[in-house]
Ligand binder design. Sequence first.
Ligand code: ZN
Length: 384
Amino acid sequence: MVPRRPAFVPDESGLLFASFAAEARLSKRKDRMAAAVQDLKNLADRAVAEIAACADDAALEAARVRYFGRRDGAVTQATKQIATLPASEKPAYGAAVNEARARIEAALESRGAALRGAKVDQGLGEREDVTLPGRPVRVGRLHPVSRAIRDVSRIFGTMGFETVEGPEIETDYYNFEALNIPPGHPAREKWDTLWVSNPLGDDPKMPLLGRTHTSPMQVRIMEQRKPPIRVVVPGRCYRYEATDAIRESIFFQYEGLAIDEKLTMADLKGVLYSFARQYFGSQHNVRFRPDYFPFTEPSAEIAFSCVICEGKDPQCHTCGGDGWIEAAGCGMVHPAILRRVGYDPERYQGFAFGGGIERLAMLKSRAPDIRMLYQNDLRFLESF
Ligand SMILES: [Zn+2]
């Protein structure tokens, strides 16, 4: 009988070894898994800290790419890793990846919301604080001379006078001749004239000048219209003279003209008194004195009491110490002028007056010197 070969008996020690080896492998794998899970936790910790420190949208987007970028994102890589693991390791590792993903996503969401909130807060900070006191608005205002022109138009307007304007460059005819001031007339010396040369060639019969007064418009209006006439003409005038406290070489005048039947000197005085009272108030005195103008007969000078010194300062620069400021010349329209424009002096009478706008503005603003009106000193101009 052939002894049977004993069946394979596993070598105890070999078995033991195999068992140890397997255990060691298992243990090693477990260690590796534990390390991988710990790595994912560390990754998530680091990511959460980084994301919380992102100062703006760009930094936040860079962090998102760093962790969730399609190719190289750290979480993306870890997710891809799951498929390569043995089935037994997938659940633990997969759970760790999911946890890291969730934490990092939550951190991105939270930081994004915080940055959006900060932007809104910043926007709120830039808005007007309605509880602050308002900033003062610098409001423009009319120059005292412009106001005086408007006052003149308004006040005479209440008495039926229409405001019209005329040319500042006049002919010698309208400025002088038509007003009974022919060449050589001594009255011309009252108006030192700025002659203007015509760029198209001077006409010796019709020299041009800067109008020395607004009176030329008396004749122009009478030529254009039929009575009754009531007009007031504010406008700029020019004289060749030195400037002092009450005279400027360029200045504004207002001219008034009324033509109607049965007008008398009483109507003239009534209109000018009414104007003076409306402009200055009734506390100021008005003085009429006989005067001479070639284009009115009789003529008068109207003066207002000095508002600067009220007649009490003999050294007053504004009134020269006599307490009166000549403010206008006036009179009944000369019959020769009425005839020259074709009116019948037996039927129509008229009165005319003219005065300086700056004088009015000075008296009202109490400016002691006419030059203050044109020096554009805001300390003066802003006081009105
Ligand atoms: Zn005075």
